[in-house]
Design a protein around this ligand. Structure first.
Ligand SMILES: *Cc1c(COP(=O)(O)O)cnc(C)c1O
Length: 326
């Protein structure tokens, strides 16, 4: 279907701002650094999942769903935005979170509760399997559940980033700047897959560099290929994507998903102190630490323009407050 005819439920405020980071640029002494503020999409502290959820919710409502279900880590930004989206559209939500109930109900977990989500803790069980089990029970009770995959990353949700890169290119044109590279945190892959499809559709030829926060490049790239091809087929774009279309850097995985180390902590403080801009401990902090390291290694020239795509996640900062003590 034509992209602008796909069902879409409005949740966010677009276009999100795009602006220069003058102090950070000076401090790092590399390319001109800009930021695309998808932390400002507006839905219950925002983030990149808001864009995907507009299309997922559009599909859910077309299927007459009355319940949204998804799963993720305890501090899942995706789960939080899914719950907020459900409330906005007048649907129930059930979130299946990994592990046991946490004592410190802060960050995303607090927001899940405030927006009215039903949270189920998976304990020893696999959260995705448990979600399916609960969905079956809900069906027998006459509920019409719509199941959203990990990170909202499928051919339906990732369409949003085809639109997003066009939005960014319009802003770049108005500013008279051409971005040599777009750098961002990549994990379940919908953001990167959508950006790559959108770049092909719009004729954008710059680098699209995903800094992986959890997966090896060899594991993530095949998933990116699948999502991108699903997106292309959904919008009738006759392009076949392959592994060489994706650039993933997996050199900054640190101690693993959700474990904040010195590079992330330093990047968070550096960005906050130079720009008054907040990034997060799990995704954008890791991606920014990686980008700063690449700048130190002279991967970019000083006359280049690099866009850091801020994907959100800032509520998780509060869940890591103890790790910021001096
Ligand atoms: C989910 C998420 C990402 C990763 O996006 P994917 O589309 O899953 O690759 C990056 N940053 C934040 C803050 C996120 O919540």
């Amino acid at each position: 279907m034509q992209i602008d005819k796909l069902p879409r439920y409005s949740l966010g405020f677009f276009p999100t701002p795009l602006h220069l980071l003058p102090n950070l640029t000076k401090r790092l002494g590399g390319p001109k650094l800009w930021v695309k503020r998808d932390d400002q999409t507006g839905l219950a502290f925002g983030g990149n999942k808001t864009r995907k959820l507009e299309y997922l919710l559009g599909d859910a409502l077309e299927q007459n769903a009355n319940l949204l279900m998804t799963f993720g880590a305890p501090q899942s930004n995706h789960a939080r935005q899914t719950a907020a989206a459900a409330s906005r559209a007048g649907l129930r939500s059930i979130l299946v979170l990994r592990g046991s109930p946490v004592i410190d109900r802060t960050g995303n977990i607090l927001i899940d509760d405030l927006v009215g989500a039903e949270v189920r803790w998976a304990g020893e069980r696999d959260p995705q399997e448990l979600m399916h089990t609960i969905a079956e029970v809900m069906k027998t009770k006459g509920q019409r559940a719509y199941l959203i995959p990990y990170g909202g990353s499928n051919g339906i949700g990732a369409v949003a980033y085809v639109i997003a890169i066009q939005e960014m290119l319009d802003q770049a044109k108005a500013l008279g700047v051409n971005f040599d590279a777009i750098v961002f945190a990549t994990s379940s892959g919908g953001t990167q897959a959508g950006l790559v499809v959108g770049a092909r559709r719009a004729g954008y030829a710059g680098r699209i560099l995903g800094i992986s926060v959890d997966h090896r490049s060899s594991d993530l790239v095949p998933k990116l290929v699948d999502i991108a091809n699903a997106v292309a087929s959904r919008i009738d774009l006759e392009v076949q994507f392959g592994e060489s279309d994706f650039e993933v850097n997996d050199q900054y995985l640190g101690e693993g998903y959700g474990i904040m180390g010195a590079p992330e902590r330093d990047a968070i403080r550096r960005v906050a102190q130079s720009e008054g801009l907040l990034i997060d401990p799990v995704y954008t902090g890791r991606a920014m630490a990686g980008l700063n390291d690449l700048i130190h290694k002279n991967v970019f020239r000083p006359d280049q323009n690099v866009l850091f795509w801020h994907t959100g996640g800032t509520p998780a900062l509060f869940a890591y407050s103890k790790q910021f003590e001096h």
